[in-house]
Design a protein around this ligand. Structure first.
Ligand SMILES: *Cc1c(COP(=O)(O)O)cnc(C)c1O
Length: 370
């Protein structure tokens, strides 16, 4: 099975498992795990922040960061298709009691003008009546828009504007290193725009667990309390951190291969009649396409594809394919051939006339986007 559902589908390599097996460990909760501490130092340095904190996953980094930056009833501004708004089970409302104000954008990258409009909506009523805007969130790369990269100047302008308006700034950097590799801008430069930022080790970096949140010493010290409250404290977490350190050593520069494979996939799919690719030149490793012209339900299309050895996912009205280190160029060729034969099969007269049943919705794969 070729797993393109998400870049979280990677399995730890043999070398990574070896690093995990050999990890020195201690009590993470007390700040005494040497491997975790090494990882935190390394990521704080990579992101140019004073301090960092280790988490099991990225979702809790967002919760803890939002909790640390806000008070209940504050307003958090985030792009309308951001992971924080669309894919975290409403967690910011639960953990922080905040209101989310969606910022409009076409491709995940919004402008100062869009923030101004969002702020104007929030502060329509007199001071007594309006909730207080407190935090701006940005997503690098922007997942549901197709892994789009914020250019440094774009990021600088929205963050600078937000700071002038008294907002704190937070970056969901689940795929920040994809943006670094794609743009040539350093992680430090990107994260210098924001007060807090985290990176995920379970996406393109290929580790089984782990995310690191970074910020000022004061921010991290308070975030540490919330991490503890939310059940995020660990003990011998060095066994996870070792996989993350291994990923930093061996899986960052190679992300360019995933980007090349995504572009190759997007271009190849776009040559198949009836397949509409959203962007044939994706910034990073995420490809979106649409098969509605074929007159088949997306879930059924995915189901048939999976029966032929290719797993993809669904986000909204589109199909999403994400490349990663367990997918080779030859795999992409196989995927394109499989989609092409499926499309041909669906377009054949026999199917149209006699096998309408195959187009019925049944056993549709439930897809949870990551
Ligand atoms: C995957 C993802 C998250 C959540 O990270 P997990 O490690 O899966 O909890 C948050 N934001 C974005 C943009 C993501 O892609």
């Amino acid at each position: 099975m070729i797993l393109l559902g998400s870049d979280t589908e990677t399995k730890p390599t043999r070398a990574m498992r070896q690093a995990i097996a050999n990890a020195e460990v201690g009590d993470e909760q007390k700040g005494e795990d040497p491997t975790v501490n090494k990882l935190l130092e390394r990521v704080a340095d990579l992101l140019g922040k004073e301090a960092a904190l280790f988490f099991a996953c990225g979702t809790i980094c967002n919760f803890v960061a939002i909790k640390t930056h806000t008070r209940p009833a504050d307003v958090v501004l985030a792009e309308h298709m951001s992971h924080i708004i669309r894919a975290e089970s409403g967690g910011a409302a639960l953990s922080s009691g905040v209101l989310m104000e969606p910022i409009a954008s076409e491709r995940g990258i919004f402008t100062v003008n869009a923030i101004e409009q969002a702020l104007a909506r929030v502060t329509t009523a007199p001071y007594l009546y309006c909730a207080m805007p407190r935090l701006l969130c940005v997503e690098q790369t922007h997942n549901f828009s197709g892994g789009n990269v914020w250019q440094l100047s774009e990021l600088q302008s929205v963050c600078e504007f937000s700071r002038q308006k008294g907002l704190a700034t937070h970056m969901d950097g689940a795929r920040l290193l994809n943006a670094v590799v794609a743009s040539g801008t350093s992680a430090k430069n990107f994260s210098s725009c924001v007060d807090s930022v985290w990176i995920d080790f379970t996406k393109g970096l290929g580790a089984p667990m782990g995310a690191v949140l970074a910020g000022s010493r004061e921010f991290i010290s308070e975030a540490r309390r919330y991490k503890h409250i939310f059940g995020g404290a660990m003990r011998q977490a060095g066994i996870i951190a070792a996989g993350c350190l291994h990923a930093l050593d061996y899986h960052v520069e190679r992300l360019i291969e995933d980007h090349d494979n995504a572009t190759y996939l997007a271009r190849s799919l776009s040559t198949i009649e009836g397949v509409k690719v959203r962007d044939t030149n994706p910034d990073t490793n995420i490809v979106f396409f649409d098969v509605s012209q074929l007159g088949i339900d997306k879930g059924m299309f995915l189901n048939l594809l999976q029966q032929h050895g290719v797993k993809m996912g669904r986000v909204g009205q589109s199909i999403r394919a994400v490349t990663h280190l367990d997918v080779s160029r030859a795999d992409i060729d196989f995927v394109v051939d499989t989609v092409a034969s499926l499309v041909k099969f669906l377009g054949s007269a026999a199917i149209k006339a006699e096998r309408k049943d195959i187009l019925q919705l049944e056993n549709v794969i439930q897809f949870i986007p990551a």
